[in-house]
Design a protein around this ligand. Structure first.
Ligand code: NAP
Ligand code: GLV
Length: 318
């Protein structure tokens, strides 16, 4: 009998092709209720999850002893309890690499939009409040030629650096390990976090969410930044202290921010919603048609590999 596979949300069709030999249940496009999820996972040998599902010990135990693999259709896997998976012998996989360029595009889009006040401008036009071109209207800092500080210099951070080179930016980075090859290839310079915060004009965050990176950027870090600084976060919401960011923006401690991720998605800190100097995107970092297809295929193929007794391409080692 074919093994059971649970796909926790509707995903691009491409991702279901590798699963054709299994008995597949696909839940709806909406985030499943916890009770529905725990019921649906019973007896599954494989789960293709997305970042909105909490894949914890309770979830794995609800699946039962036959659970062999959780393929998370995301590069970030902070929604999966890796220790609990390892204790139960469940392989976890993610989707690195295939989304680097698309997510870097999103980060750069937010960086430009926040600096050049696109959100404010759009709101003025749509409200019929635009009267004429103005010599001082909606001016913001240039992006080209400025100093960009990248926090987390992995796949996406380096893809952002490639874009920044095209804008003639000076590229500086902070990472827990030095990336000397990438430094040479991209003309990037390593700085410690304190120096990076004090000297850069723009910041783009690309670390994973871990115990060490939670609130990596908060009130003390905003104190160190220039008042013209622009911060972009496309990593995970809790890497930035959202309340402290809202205060820093409201008080003019920094110039602007662009966010794709939030501490309690889909909730956004109410103070941020009131501010003009923050661009708010609804976690669409990797949301191109091509990239979502690739993410779904990557997850589907790795799930199939594990159920066939083969080594997956993207195991998460924890
Ligand atoms: P990656 O290739 O693993 O890069 C992450 C980088 O962060 C690595 O260079 C890593 O250093 C560094 N790092 C880890 N912990 C750190 C710490 N405590 N301090 C400083 N640096 C640290 O991951 P990626 O593919 O670029 O993705 C990064 C994150 O972006 C994901 O985890 C995910 O949460 C987020 N993301 C969001 C979206 C979106 O839709 N908004 C899309 C894709 C990804 P080492 O090399 O030393 O480990
Ligand atoms: C998206 O946020 C991802 O981690 O892939």
């Amino acid at each position: 009998m074919a093994e059971r596979v649970l796909v926790t949300r509707e995903i691009p069709e491409e991702g279901l092709r590798p699963l054709k030999d299994f008995e597949v249940t696909v839940l709806s496009e909406k985030i499943p209720e916890r009770g529905e999820l725990l019921e649906a996972v019973k007896g599954a040998a494989g789960v293709l999850s997305t970042l909105t599902e909490n894949v914890d010990a309770e979830f794995m135990d609800a699946a039962g002893d036959g659970l062999k693999v959780v393929a998370n259709m995301a590069v970030g896997y902070d929604n999966v309890d890796i220790d609990a998976a390892q204790e139960r012998g469940v392989v976890v996989t993610n989707t690195p690499g295939v989304l680097d360029e698309t997510t870097a595009d999103t980060a750069f889009m937010l960086l430009l939009a926040a600096a050049r006040r696109l959100g404010e401008g759009e709101r003025i036009v749509r409200a019929g409040r635009w009267e004429a071109w103005g010599p001082k209207m909606l001016t913001g800092p240039d992006v080209w030629g400025k100093r960009l500080g990248i926090l987390g210099f992995g796949g996406i951070g380096q893809a952002v650096a490639r874009r920044a080179r095209g804008f003639g930016m000076e590229i500086l980075y902070y990472n827990r390990s030095r990336k000397e090859e990438a430094e040479r290839a991209l003309g990037a310079q390593y700085l410690d976090l304190d120096e990076l915060l004090r000297t850069c004009d723009f910041f783009s965050i690309h670390t994973p969410l871990t115990e060490e990176t939670k609130h990596l950027i908060g009130a003390p870090e905003f104190e160190k930044m220039k008042t013209e600084a622009v911060l972009v976060n496309t990593s995970r919401g809790p890497v930035v202290d959202e309340a402290a960011l809202a205060d820093a923006l409201a008080e003019g401690r920094i110039f602007a921010a662009g966010l794709d991720v939030y501490e309690e998605e889909p909730k956004v800190h109410p103070k941020l919603l009131e501010l003009e100097n923050v661009v708010l995107a609804p976690h669409i970092g990797s949301a191109s048609i091509e990239t979502r297809d690739k993410m779904a295929v990557t997850a589907g193929e790795d799930l199939r590999a594990v159920l066939r007794g083969e080594r997956p391409k993207n195991p998460v080692e924890g």
